[in-house]
Design a protein around this ligand. Structure first.
Ligand code: MG
Ligand code: ZN
Length: 225
């Protein structure tokens, strides 16, 4: 498997860190354009958001294994620096592209447009996007995906979902990961599921342990893949 490509965001390419109306609007317009492109080409696109260390990459690796015989998969991994995540995913025999955002703490629709063009040329029909590790501003920057997923791990403590309700309201699927750590951490998994549903009653919530693969079958169902 060859090394994944790395795209670095140019200074004039990234939308400003301040959530100004113009930037939000410009991003939304580009996200709508991305969505039309994806629909026209018959590609399903899913955006995974969550903190650093919540298990986004591990979940994408599990999904790649579970789905690579059914779909031609492309992964876009977003991070401020390094190609570690794209390289991890590439080991599973799926196409992967790394976007390095530099000082920017989220992916935006223009960056995803640039990366997805390369994957569409390779005729993928499922794109999994790993957003930059951050539970705040990715919620404000839709990318044109069909579904947004938020990953939170038991090791982040019992108040994470209560504190970051906005990102749960922006997502269709919620994942409570690292289920096996609930005992050592003294965190009640059912309580986290309830918090997620309190924040967003329409959310599909799945409990996983990406390290063992537990719950990945339920996640595939929740994602309608
Ligand atoms: Mg990662
Ligand atoms: Zn940001």
């Amino acid at each position: 498997m060859s090394k994944p490509e790395v795209i670095k965001a140019d200074e004039d390419e990234v939308l400003d860190i301040e959530l100004e109306e113009d930037f939000i609007k410009a991003n939304e317009q580009m996200a709508a354009l991305n969505r039309r492109t994806f629909d026209r080409q018959g590609v399903k696109v899913i955006d995974f958001m969550g903190s650093i260390g919540s298990g986004k990459t591990s979940i994408i690796e599990r999904l790649a294994e579970a789905l690579k015989s059914k779909y031609r998969i492309g992964v876009i991994a977003g991070d401020t620096a390094t190609a570690i995540d794209a390289e991890r995913v590439a080991r599973h025999g799926v196409l992967s592209i790394q976007i390095n955002t530099g000082r920017e703490c989220h992916l935006d629709a223009p960056l995803v447009r640039k990366a997805s063009k390369k994957l569409l040329r390779e005729r993928v029909n499922l794109i999994l996007i790993e957003n930059v590790g951050n539970l705040i501003c990715p919620a404000e920057f839709p990318l044109g995906s069909h579904k947004r997923v938020v990953v939170v791990s038991v090791t982040e403590g019992e108040y994470m979902i209560k504190k970051k309700g906005d990102i749960f309201r922006a997502a269709e699927v919620g994942i409570i990961n690292k289920k096996d750590m609930s005992g050592p951490m003294g965190v009640d998994v059912d309580g986290l599921v309830k918090d997620a549903l309190d924040a967003n009653p329409k959310m599909k919530v799945v409990v996983t342990n990406a390290r063992t693969g537990e719950g990945i079958d339920k996640l595939v169902q929740a994602l309608e893949l």
